[in-house]
Design a protein around this ligand. Sequence first.
Ligand code: NAD
Ligand code: UDP
Length: 312
Amino acid sequence: MKNKILVTGGAGFVGSHLCERLLKEGNEVIAVDNFFTGSKDNVLHLLDNPYFELVRHDITMPFFAEIDQIYNLACPASPVHYQYNAIKTVKTSVMGAINMLGLAKRKNATILQASTSEVYGDPKIHPQPESYWGHVNPIGIRSCYDEGKRVAETLFVNYHTQNNVKIKIIRIFNTYGPRMHPNDGRVVSNFIMQALRNKDITVYGEGNQTRSFQYVDDLVEGMIRMVNNTDDSFTGPVNIGNLGEFTILQLAEKIIELTNSKSKIVYQPLPQDDPMQRQPDISLAKEKLNWTPKVPLNEGLIKTIAYFKSLI
Ligand code: NAD
Ligand code: UDP
């Protein structure tokens, strides 16, 4: 057995792929999840594995287990879900980080924080390097998520400097793939579900805002490389994302084409504080982790479309 690993948010979209991969590599995995946005269905295929444990637990409460590594992913990630109960979102990021860092400290475990490109807010520097401090509205509708994740980074860094906890922070850019929640309101899942049902594709604003979309397998590879990087002084943050930058309109057109859909594009108001552009600078991940994303958008979308088709 290689490592005993705790994955918080293990029944979520990214968490379920991570658990699968960690088990494949011979590790013992404990997934904790409160099933707010995740579900047992995402890890149903892992439940027969004797080295996998699924625990219903909310990380705003302390959790104790004998573990060597922690991947802290628990937190709703789609704007619709994280805004549903903004206070709870802050509690999950902040109290969750304190609880998991406490556990890492007691167990001398390496702990990874799933931070986000949202710490850059609506960025004024493009593409975004890790050195950019960001442009975040602290009282806007996205702040429960953005500021929660920023405080979590602060906590991680201070547990490292004050208590020598082995921390690894990654900043994840928009990630998509099978097992995204079909109703979570994120752009890839929305557009694919709308296209498969020949319903209107809802582009917010004029659709000229950009995002850089990363396939989930590339993210999981980056996470694992980061945690297993043996230089304890290399804590990150490190951007993990795909360089391919597309406007939301381009994404809509691509999905219509790949699904052969009869859907029409309709325009709806742009939500408050919606970032206009986003693209990672991934030089640090290349240099320190020898990591680059491998899956182009078309290829990843085809796999994701197949998944959503299977749900309908
Ligand atoms: P997700 O919503 O599918 O997964 C989050 C999981 O955390 C869910 O299973 C949910 O039930 C669980 N959870 C939420 N609050 C919890 C709590 N208090 N206690 C225990 N479990 C809780 O989202 P995802 O896309 O898989 O995101 C995983 C992580 O990656 C999140 O921390 C997110 O902020 C981060 N991230 C994701 C993206 C992306 O594009 N997918 C981008 C940047 C950062
Ligand atoms: N978006 C859109 N239509 C939708 C859902 C999202 O045009 O049905 C836009 C949204 O306004 C944003 C981009 O797509 O500009 C990405 O949104 P998502 O919620 O996926 O992620 P985030 O804004 O957190 O990057």
